[in-house]
Design a protein around this ligand. Structure first.
Ligand SMILES: NC(=O)C1=CN([C@@H]2O[C@H](COP(=O)(O)OP(=O)(O)OC[C@H]3O[C@@H](n4cnc5c(N)ncnc54)[C@H](O)[C@@H]3O)[C@@H](O)[C@H]2O)C=CC1
Ligand SMILES: CC(C)CC(=O)C(=O)O
Ligand SMILES: [Mg+2]
Length: 364
């Protein structure tokens, strides 16, 4: 890296601060090994920002992000803020606006089985086999999460609520291109997920994906309805390489893919714009059921930090060193409760972070 990069560190709510502390620990280890410096500055976001500043995305946090080269994000939300008006809640008032503000349309969610964890998958061992490796490429700034109008109106039996699912040609084209480009670096297979048998937006989605695919004759494309895809993932995950999804279907299928590898706490993600500015966060949420107990798995957050080094800072060696340190930690049997065979042998969040940080090293 040619100059010191600035990172906006937004830990957020629930397990966010716990797992973020471990990711920062691991980044520091990588800085020491590879001789680069990150300028990390913390900002409030989510429910904790509502409590401190009255808004889930305070102006100071937004300016910090704008002045940074990347955003390392924890997670936001939780029961404490669920009774607020929907548009003030952390997810809708902080996370979605951040994604939109920086045009982070390309969400990459890799789910790969770590061989020593094959037994942690809820799938039968003959289905997991020697492990699968699926990359969900999810459109992140459009679709039903952002479409207008949305709202509620009326009363009594006629009271109604509505959201709008809308995709523009250019929005489908750019995410489809990303999926095909990435597939070229993998097994050259794209499965586009839709519901074209019911939704007009999805008929359009399928048509545009087919058009884009003509520029990638070396990549095999097939289409699958979301309901079938959900079933096929469980039946034979090995048939998939790159899953190309709209916003909502990608949200759902990526959680499913995460759990198929053994735990929600393993799934990292990168949300990128056209210039590779990115927001990096675990795919899971603030996990209120385990927050504050020191037992959350920090791997998704740590691997998200590795994705930041790779995609936004071009530091492939450091990213790979962190990924290898995670693999070696797992192989050594250092496991948090969500992935440990014997909960009595499980380590806590901080011990897991220490174990990974201590294994970060340059290539042999
Ligand atoms: N990007 C974000 O900030 C996201 C925020 N959320 C918010 O998080 C809150 C909780 O949402 P849920 O639906 O419960 O989903 P969740 O992903 O927070 O939790 C689902 C299950 O996965 C487990 N889990 C998640 N991360 C884990 C980790 N690192 N280690 C071990 N176990 C882990 C939890 O303990 C829970 O049993 C809600 O307010 C939701 O809106 C949900 C998804 C993403
Ligand atoms: C606010 C939600 C859309 C966050 C989420 O569930 C996700 O991005 O996976
Ligand atoms: Mg989700």
């Amino acid at each position: 890296m040619d100059r010191e990069k600035r990172v906006a560190v937004l830990a957020g709510d629930g397990i966010g601060p716990e797992v973020m502390a471990e990711a920062l620990k691991v980044l520091q280890a990588a800085e020491a090994v590879f001789g680069f410096r990150l300028q990390c500055e913390q900002g409030d976001v989510g429910g904790c920002a509502i409590d401190r500043h009255g808004h889930a995305l305070p102006a100071g946090t937004l300016s910090l992000c704008e002045a940074s080269d990347a955003i390392l994000f924890g997670s936001v939300g939780g029961p404490k803020w669920e009774s607020l008006p929907p548009e003030q809640q952390p997810e809708r008032a902080a996370l979605l606006p951040l994604r939109k503000r920086f045009d982070l349309f390309c969400n990459l969610r890799p789910s790969r089985v770590f061989p020593p964890l094959a037994g942690a998958s809820p799938l039968r061992s003959d289905i997991v086999g020697d492990g699968f490796d699926i990359l969900c490429v999810r459109e992140l700034t459009s679709g039903i999460y952002f479409g207008r109008p949305k709202g509620r109106e009326g009363e009594g039996a006629d009271e109604r609520a509505f959201d709008t699912m809308c995709y523009r040609r250019k929005e489908i084209e750019r995410i489809a291109r990303k999926a095909f480009e990435i597939a070229r670096l993998r097994k050259k297979r794209v499965t586009s997920i839709d519901k074209a048998n019911v939704l007009t937006t999805m008929v359009f989605w399928r048509q545009v994906v087919n058009e884009v695919s003509r520029d990638y004759p070396d990549v095999q494309l097939n289409h699958m309805y979301i309901d079938n895809a959900s079933m096929q993932l469980l039946r034979d995950p090995h048939q998939f390489d790159v899953l190309l999804c709209g916003n909502m279907f990608g949200d759902i299928l990526s959680d499913q893919c995460a759990m198929m590898t053994g735990s929600m706490g393993l799934l990292a993600s990168a949300s990128l714009n056209e210039t590779n500015f990115g927001l990096y966060e675990p795919a899971g949420g603030s996990a209120p059921d385990i927050a504050g107990k020191g037992i959350a798995n920090p791997i998704a957050q740590i691997l998200s930090a590795a994705m930041m080094l790779r995609h936004s800072f071009g530091h492939e060696a450091a990213a790979r060193a962190i990924e290898r340190a995670v693999e070696e930690t797992i192989a050594a049997g250092v496991l948090t409760r969500d992935i440990a065979r014997d909960p009595a042998q499980a380590v806590g969040t901080a011990q897991m972070g220490d174990a990974v940080a201590s294994r970060v090293r340059a290539d042999d």
